[in-house]
Design a protein around this ligand. Structure first.
Ligand SMILES: Cc1cc2nc3c(=O)[nH]c(=O)nc-3n(C[C@H](O)[C@H](O)[C@H](O)COP(=O)(O)O)c2cc1C
Length: 186
């Protein structure tokens, strides 16, 4: 199997955000499989508002784009905001083009205040499609926000842990297939 390299983008601007907590949990699952992971937390590494006029890229933007370019697969995390993606994550994605995402597997995950937040996930899948990425057939939505995790950062619900495990396995398998295809083409 190829040595895989994943990039994760945490799209909440909240301290102890549940969507970021979910990413950290997934990061642990990937690292258990000896997969290398770069996590960009947009709260800790804020990006200026994207402007097509701006020629010079902020160092944080350069880091995000470099990590995306080097990644075999991406995981995007957002809070459910008014049935959509956070502005923070959308802004980061506006910096990207197909060169960063095309042909790569992308897993979308969300955290909602209500029981489920799939509207943001649907919107993320549309954005990924427009960047020519390959949406993972599974996605992850955790409900009831920060009540969903134990103090060690693991989801409290056993069914949720199992769904996350399954989605991550499918994402890793898809990433491996697409990365092997890309390697063979080069
Ligand atoms: C501006 C705003 C809009 C929100 N819209 C929704 C919504 O449409 N549906 C929902 O279930 N929760 C909504 N929520 C609640 C958040 O999705 C919830 O608090 C989530 O857990 C936040 O994720 P985070 O902890 O990763 O920041 C909203 C919260 C804010 C601040």
């Amino acid at each position: 199997m190829l040595n895989m390299n994943m990039m994760m983008i945490a799209g909440s601007n909240r301290t102890n955000a549940s969507s970021t907590c979910l990413l950290r949990y997934i990061e642990g699952l990937l690292k258990n499989r000896k997969i290398s992971v770069t996590l960009v937390d947009l709260r800790e590494q804020p990006l200026p508002f994207f402007s097509p006029d701006e020629q010079e890229l902020h160092p944080n933007v350069q880091r995000v784009l470099e990590a995306a370019s080097n990644a075999d697969g991406l995981i995007l995390a957002t809070p459910e905001y008014h049935g959509s993606v956070s502005g923070l994550l959308k802004n980061a994605l506006d910096y990207m083009n197909a060169g960063h995402v095309a042909g790569k597997a992308v897993l979308s995950v969300s955290s909602a205040g209500g029981p489920v937040g799939v509207s943001s996930l649907t919107h993320l899948q549309t954005i990924v499609r427009n960047l020519h990425g390959v949406n993972c057939p599974e996605w992850i939505s955790i409900g009831y926000g920060s009540n969903a995790f134990d103090p060690d950062g693991a989801p409290l619900d056993e069914g949720m842990r199992s769904r996350i495990q399954n989605a991550v396995e499918q994402f890793v398998e898809l990433t491996g297939m697409l990365a092997a295809k890309a390697a063979a083409a080069n």
